[in-house]
Design a protein around this ligand. Structure first.
Ligand code: SF4
Length: 67
């Protein structure tokens, strides 16, 4: 799995960090998304995928695996 975030699109809504707090966080200054675990362990993958689906701005992208 590979998760990336486009901070030029992120609107700091916070949904990702609420849904998958171990995978996403926010910058202290700007509130923009930070991807903590681009390739999360199995037990966090479902929450990570849900966070990507719930992001209101489309800033997050998820792919099956690294290439
Ligand atoms: S849910 Fe989307 S818009 Fe909101 S902070 Fe996360 S990446 Fe940014």
């Amino acid at each position: 799995m590979r998760i990336t975030a486009d901070t030029s699109v992120c609107v700091s809504a916070g949904m990702c960090a609420l849904t998958a707090p171990g995978v996403f966080d926010h910058g202290d200054d700007d509130g923009l998304v930070a991807v903590l675990l681009p390739d999360p362990p199995e037990e966090q993958r479902e929450a990570a995928a849900e966070a990507v689906r719930l992001c209101p701005s489309g800033a997050l992208d998820i792919r099956p695996r690294f290439r």
